[in-house]
Design a protein around this ligand. Structure first.
Ligand SMILES: [Zn+2]
Length: 179
C-alpha cells in the first residue's frame, strides 16, 4: 500500500487575516505538520487555489466569493507555518477564469502525479471541508483511490450550518474512511 498525504489549499487567504478565512482554519497546522513529519507517506502533495484576478467565483464577476488566492499574491502562498521543505509536489487548481478548481483534480496533473508514484491511498487534510476538501476527495474516490479524511486536519466554512458535517457524511457514503 503506497500512501500520499494531500494537503488542500492551506493558504494565507483561507486562515485568519486572509481574504476568505475558514473559521478555525489555523487550528489544523499542528496536525498537518505532524502528518508531514510522520514519514508515513510516500508522497506529500499540497494543492493551492490559484486564481487569475478575473476568476468567475469572485463577487465582482458574479460569483459567490470575495477575491482570494490570486496567483503570485501573498494570500495565495501556503501557510507560513507548514513544513514546506517536506512537500514533494505543489499542484495549482482553478488557474483559469472559468475553472472552478474546487477539486484539485480539475484540469491539473494531480492524478498523473499519483499514478506515477503508484499511490493507492490518499489521506486528505486542509481547507475547506465543505468545498475543496469535499470535491477533491470525491474525485479521488471516483478515480479508484482509497481515501481517508483526517478530521483533526480539516475545517469547514459552513455557509449553511451543517455543511461540513453533511460533506463528511456524503464522503463516508461514497466510500471514504472518516476518522
Ligand atoms: Zn477559489
Amino acid at each position: 500500500m503506497r500512501e500520499a498525504l494531500l494537503i488542500i489549499d492551506f493558504q494565507n487567504d483561507f486562515v485568519a487575516g486572509g481574504a476568505l478565512p475558514v473559521p478555525h482554519g489555523d487550528e489544523i497546522l499542528d496536525r498537518v505538520n505532524e502528518l508531514i513529519d510522520s514519514n508515513r507517506f510516500d508522497l506529500v502533495i499540497a494543492t493551492r487555489d490559484w486564481h487569475p484576478a478575473d476568476h468567475h467565483s469572485f463577487k465582482d464577476q458574479g460569483g459567490p466569493w470575495p477575491p482570494h488566492c490570486i496567483q503570485d499574491s501573498e494570500g495565495a502562498e501556503l501557510h507560513p507555518g507548514v513544513h514546506t521543505d517536506k512537500i514533494d509536489v505543489v499542484v495549482d487548481a482553478g488557474f483559469r477564469a472559468g475553472l472552478d478548481g474546487y477539486s484539485g483534480f480539475e484540469k491539473t496533473r494531480l492524478e498523473s502525479v499519483l499514478r506515477e508514484h503508484d499511490i493507492d491511498r490518499v489521506t486528505v487534510v486542509g481547507l475547506a471541508t465543505d468545498y475543496c476538501v469535499r470535491h477533491t476527495a470525491l474525485d479521488a474516490l471516483r478515480q479508484g483511490f482509497d481515501v481517508v479524511l483526517d478530521t483533526e486536519g480539516i475545517r469547514g466554512i459552513d455557509v449553511e450550518p451543517g455543511d461540513s458535517q453533511r460533506a463528511l457524511e456524503e464522503l463516508a457514503g461514497a466510500g471514504a474512511t472518516v476518522r
